[in-house]
Write a protein that binds this ligand. Structure first.
Ligand code: UDP
Ligand code: MG
Length: 235
């Protein structure tokens, strides 16, 4: 079995592809027994598709999933998780705002936990972003009844059973730690580094981040309150 799958949703990230591949490869080489990098092209229109295919030809550790059209980050993540064969699965964004080496800061927690969610320390985004994220996390936790500091942190590591427990809908990528906990898994938050986007542009504005997520939080909160964990008596 493959030790680690790194799953990355990619939408129009042409200028990040080479750097991303190099950073992940450099981080993982000689540190894990076997790995795969699953890059999900979420219907890019900037020429990413061809570049990704070339990468897969050159590196047998790379696998590409191409969407016919843009379906959103949650869909891209869902298909990446489905394709992943690793015992552990790391999630990160394609813009390298987090550092692939930090996967190894999360890894030791897999002994006692099933899901390690990064928290961005010294977050390198503009003030509007940081404030709206803080408010967003507060409101989400209030609605969902959870207590996750940085649910949107792109860097996450979890066991494949956790991935198998997810039923994702659009927008749910913002609630993965809450969903994991709801499904009975042990979740911990671990600080990771963060930096500015080097190339390309963000796919979200303040509005479609904070307010669209509100509706989703209500649904997640409902699911959490309605989730059950029964135990069957052994006969
Ligand atoms: N992404 C995607 N599909 C989308 C929007 C975004 O696959 O419809 C990817 C994007 O390419 C990036 C990650 O999801 O790898 C996070 O997006 P972005 O960096 O724009 O979000 P931000 O960091 O600004 O919150
Ligand atoms: Mg980003």
């Amino acid at each position: 079995m493959i030790e680690l799958s790194v799953v990355v949703p990619m939408y129009n990230e042409k200028d990040n592809i080479a750097r991303l591949h190099m950073a992940i490869t450099h981080a993982l080489a000689h540190r894990v027994e076997s790995y795969e990098i699953i890059l999900v092209d979420d219907g890019s229109t900037d020429g990413s598709a061809e570049q990704l295919d070339q990468l897969a030809l050159a590196d047998p550790n790379v696998r590409i999933v191409h969407f016919l059209r843009n379906c959103g980050q949650s869909a891209a993540i869902a298909s990446g998780l489905k394709a992943a064969e690793g015992r552990l699965i790391a999630l990160m964004d394609g813009d390298l705002q987090t550092y692939p080496e930090d996967i190894f800061d999360l890894m030791p927690y897999m002994a006692d936990y099933d899901f390690a969610n990064g928290t961005r320390v010294r977050r390198q985004d503009n003030l509007v972003r940081k404030v709206s994220s803080k408010v967003g996390n507060g409101i989400r936790n209030w609605i969902t009844g959870d207590r996750i500091k940085d649910t949107g942190c792109p860097m996450k590591l979890f066991k494949r059973e956790v991935a198998g427990s997810f039923t994702l809908y659009t927008g749910f990528h913002r609630f993965l730690p809450t969903l994991a906990r709801m499904n009975g898994f042990r979740v911990i938050e671990v600080p990771v580094r963060h930096r500015e986007r080097v190339a390309g542009t963000s796919k979200y504005g303040v509005f479609n981040r904070a307010f669209v997520g509100l509706m989703d939080a209500i649904v997640i909160g409902w699911m959490r309150r309605r989730s059950f964990h029964y135990q069957v008596r052994e006969e």
